[in-house]
Design a protein around this ligand. Structure first.
Ligand SMILES: Nc1ncnc2c1ncn2[C@@H]1O[C@H](COP(=O)(O)OP(=O)(O)OP(=O)(O)O)[C@@H](O)[C@H]1O
Ligand SMILES: [Mg+2]
Length: 370
């Protein structure tokens, strides 16, 4: 199987919006202390960090998520990722802090608004995308919209669109038992993004999948997201996954946010030895994009330093092209590659040398530096 050029949506990897002081989802100084009863204490079920007052699972965490972003929460087991998601969804109450969605204070929603928030604004996506066995694929995907009383024609059109994106456009009337396991996963993902909820909370949705299906699902999530443009909070243990999917990544350690930034921020300036250890394992060629490399070199195509030198190019590529897919292009010619944004405007021109230097761990930041 040949690697498909991966089209990361440029809109997702855009720079911070102008309105970044008021993100769509804003979490400030959020904490959760689990008050743990004496029975659990006696049975030795409490984590080692438990004090008298209880266990601090989330400790003064703040972050913002822009509309249309994929925001990834990453960290080892027990670092508090799911607890944050559950507080955002109000499945559990926060001990302290604020959660604001589109300007509304989620922690103080009256019951009717809370129901609406849970049913309409947010869609929680679970690891096992259970399909209804007696419904066709299109009816499975359209189900969430049917519940919201979206009319039949509109919901079926949206479901068919989502199924086409995940490569099942010609099988919309098939039944789930006619599909392979991987295909069922695709339908589940299509269903998750075809609802009308603006925010998706995804808690390790791909963690149980084998690596090939997982990669496929990551690519499909990006494709679906280009079309449906949700605001996604995505939890994972896996930094490669985090960097591939995330416009922003928040790294958690023992309940704390220890760094929040783009994949490039984490790669180039890890804020903590813990993050350095993680980034040492990352496959940079799959994380870095042509756009990131072009912006990093700061060399523009039509003006500025080096423009004459780079007057001819061997190819034009979208900024979302991952470096892995650039290598074969650069290997076949001596000329640079022109990198363009979503509107076709030149971001810059990059050479094989630029790509190699971006792939090398940054000196002084990583333990692997020469
Ligand atoms: N209801 C609870 N009562 C007591 N402690 C809890 C409760 N829920 C979670 N915890 C503790 O809070 C910490 C954070 O849990 P959380 O589920 O948020 O971790 P996580 O980062 O999602 O981990 P994983 O990657 O394993 O899913 C853990 O130490 C966990 O034992
Ligand atoms: Mg969890």
């Amino acid at each position: 199987m040949t690697a498909q050029p991966t089209a990361l949506p440029t809109t997702l990897h855009r720079e911070e919006s102008m309105d970044s002081d008021k993100p769509f989802v804003r979490v400030e100084n959020l904490s959760k202390v689990f008050h743990t009863g004496s029975t659990r204490r006696m049975l030795g079920l409490l984590p080692p960090k438990s004090g008298r007052k209880g266990f601090v699972a989330v400790d003064d965490v703040s972050f913002g998520v822009e509309r249309g972003q994929i925001f990834v929460i990453m960290g080892l087991s027990g670092s508090g990722k799911s607890t944050i998601i559950r507080m955002v969804n109000r499945l559990i109450d926060a001990s302290d802090g604020t959660i604001t969605v589109d300007g509304k204070d989620v922690r103080s929603l009256p019951p009717a608004d809370l129901r609406d928030y849970r049913n309409r604004t947010i869609n929680m996506v679970f690891q096992h995308f259970g399909l209804f066995p007696h419904k066709s694929l299109v009816d499975n995907v359209a189900f969430g919209l049917k519940v919201r009383r979206v009319d039949k024609e509109a919901r079926e059109a949206k479901a068919a669109e989502a199924l086409a994106i995940v490569g099942l456009g010609d099988r919309i009337h098939a039944m789930p038992d006619q599909l392979s396991g991987g295909m069922k996963q695709r339908v589940g993902l299509a269903r998750a993004l075809a609802t009308d909820a603006e925010i998706l909370l995804m808690d390790e949705p791909f963690s149980a999948l084998d690596p090939l299906i997982r990669k496929d699902m990551q690519e499909l999530l990006i494709k679906l997201q280009q079309n449906f443009k949700k605001t996604i909070i995505f939890v994972t243990h896996d930094l490669n996954e985090a960097m591939y999917l995330g416009d922003k990544i928040m790294v958690m350690k023992q309940g704390k946010n220890i760094q929040c930034g783009t994949a490039l921020d984490l790669l180039e300036a890890p804020a903590d030895p813990y993050i350095e250890d993680f980034v040492a394992e990352v496959d940079r060629s799959r994380v870095l994009t042509a756009g990131m490399v072009a912006r990093r070199t700061g060399r523009h195509g039509t003006e500025g330093q080096g423009a004459d030198l780079l007057s001819s190019v061997s190819a034009r590529v979208p900024e979302s092209t991952v470096v892995q897919d650039l290598l074969p292009i650069l290997a076949t010619g001596t000329e640079p590659v022109e990198v363009v944004d979503q509107d076709g405007a030149t971001i810059g021109k990059i050479t094989a040398g630029d790509v190699f230097s971006a792939l090398a761990p940054s000196k002084g930041n990583s333990k692997n530096a020469a």
